[in-house]
Design a protein around this ligand. Structure first.
Ligand code: UT7
Length: 330
C-alpha cells in the first residue's frame, strides 16, 4: 500500500504459538479445596478446567514453549529477532525482565528486550508497542509474547478468585510487510480502579525480604469488575471500528480476553457476531491474564478456523484498569 507515493510499512503476523503446562486442574478438584461447585463455576464463568504450572516451572518456561512454536510457524530463526516484548504480571524475577531471560534462552542476544506489565491487557499492550517499532521502520522482525503463572499468586482458600485463573503462554512473530497486517491498536488505562483488581504486595510496598510473603495474592471485587469490563469493552470495540471506518459486520473473528464467557458473549452481541465466529478457550484454560489472547489466537489458527486474509478483532481488559484492542488482517 502507498500513501502520497510513500510505501507504508505494516506489521504482519508471520506465525503464532502457544504453550500450556501439562497439569490440568478441574472444577471437580476445586470442589474439594473450597466451598464451590462445578455448576457454579461453569454457569457463572464458562470455565471447566485450567492448566497449572509444575513446581519449578516458570513464566519464562511457558514463554519459551510458545515462542519456539511461533518462530517455527513463521520460519524465523531466533537470531533474526530484532525486538522482544513480553506481557506479564508474574515475571520469574523482579529483574532481569522475563523478556531478557527468554531472549538468552532463545539465543537472540543483543536485540532490545523488555517486559510490559498491563495485567490481562499485557499482550495487547506488547503487540501495540512492537507494531509501532515496525511501522516506524526501526525493526523488521519482532517476537511478542504473553505469559503468566498466575497460580503462584492465587490464594487457594479464596473461592472468589481461585476458580478463575490458570497458567499459560502465547506468542506471535511480527514481520514488516507492505500489506496489512495490524491495522490499528487502541490502548487505555484508568488507575482510579486500582482496588477492584490487584495484588497488594510489591517491592516498595509490603515486601518483607527473607520472610514468607503471605500477603502476595490476587484480590478482586468480581461483580464490579464485570460491569466495568462489559461497558469498557463495548466502547473500545466501537472505537476500533470507527477508527477504521468499518461496520461491525466486517469482523470475521472476535479473539477476546478469556476471563468470563458471559463478558465474551456480551461483546459478541455488541458486534452482532454469532458465537461460532468467536474464539473461546476460557472453558479449557480459565483466565491466563496476558497469556489469554495469544493462546486463543493460536488456537484459532491451528484449529484451521482463522484463515489468512480474514479480519480479526483482538481485545482485553484487566487490572489497572487497563484495556485495549487490535484490528488485524491476518
Ligand atoms: O481478567 C481480568 C478481568 N476480570 C474479569 O473480567 C472478571 C470479572 N468478574 C467475573 O467474571 C464475575 O464477577 C465472577 C465470576 C468473578 C463472579 O460472578 P458473579 O456472577 O459476579 O458473582 P458475585 O461475585 O456477585 O457472587 C454471587 C454469589 C455470592 O454469594 P451471595 O452473596 O449471593 O450469597 C458469592 O459469595 O456467588 C458466591 N460465590 C461463589 N459461590 C460458589 C463467589 N464465588 C463463588 C464460587 N463458588 N467460586
Amino acid at each position: 500500500m502507498t500513501a502520497g507515493g510513500t510505501t507504508l510499512i505494516y506489521a504482519r503476523i508471520a506465525g503464532t504459538g502457544s504453550f500450556l503446562p501439562q497439569r490440568v486442574l478441574t472444577n471437580a478438584e476445586l470442589e474439594r479445596l473450597v466451598d464451590t461447585s462445578d455448576e457454579w463455576v461453569a454457569s457463572r464463568t464458562g470455565i471447566r478446567q485450567r492448566h497449572i504450572a509444575a513446581d519449578g516451572q516458570t513464566t519464562c518456561d511457558l514463554a519459551e514453549g510458545a515462542a519456539r512454536a511461533a518462530l517455527a510457524a513463521a520460519g524465523v530463526e531466533p537470531d533474526e529477532i530484532e525486538l522482544l516484548v513480553l506481557g506479564t504480571t508474574t515475571p520469574d524475577l523482579i529483574f532481569p525482565s522475563t523478556a531478557c531471560l527468554l531472549q538468552h534462552r532463545l539465543g537472540a542476544d543483543g536485540c532490545a528486550a523488555f517486559d510490559v506489565n498491563a495485567a490481562c491487557s499485557g499482550f495487547i499492550y506488547a503487540l501495540s508497542v512492537a507494531d509501532k517499532f515496525i511501522r516506524a521502520g526501526t525493526v523488521k522482525t519482532a517476537l511478542v509474547v504473553g505469559a503468566e503463572t498466575l497460580s503462584r499468586m492465587i490464594d487457594w482458600s479464596d473461592r472468589a478468585t481461585c476458580v478463575l485463573f490458570g497458567d499459560g503462554a502465547g506468542a506471535v512473530v511480527l514481520k514488516a510487510a507492505t500489506e496489512p497486517g495490524i491495522l490499528s491498536t487502541h490502548l487505555h488505562a484508568d488507575g482510579g480502579y486500582k482496588d477492584l483488581l490487584w495484588n497488594p504486595v510489591g517491592v516498595s510496598v509490603g515486601f518483607k525480604p527473607g520472610e514468607k510473603n503471605a500477603g502476595v495474592r490476587v484480590l478482586m471485587t468480581g461483580n464490579e469488575v464485570f460491569k466495568v469490563a462489559v461497558k469498557t469493552l463495548d466502547r473500545v470495540v466501537e472505537e476500533t471500528l470507527e477508527a477504521n471506518g468499518l461496520d461491525r459486520h466486517a469482523i470475521d473473528w472476535l479473539i477476546p480476553h478469556q476471563a468470563n464467557l458471559r463478558i465474551i458473549q456480551a461483546t459478541a452481541k455488541r458486534l452482532d457476531l454469532p458465537m461460532e465466529r468467536v474464539i473461546v478457550t476460557v472453558d479449557k484454560h480459565g483466565n491466563t491474564s496476558a497469556g489469554s489472547v495469544p493462546l486463543a489466537l493460536d488456537h484459532g489458527v491451528r484449529s484451521g478456523k482463522v484463515q489468512r486474509g480474514q479480519l480479526l478483532l483482538l481485545e482485553a481488559f484487566g487490572g489497572g484498569f487497563t484495556w485495549g484492542s487490535a484490528l488485524v488482517r491476518y
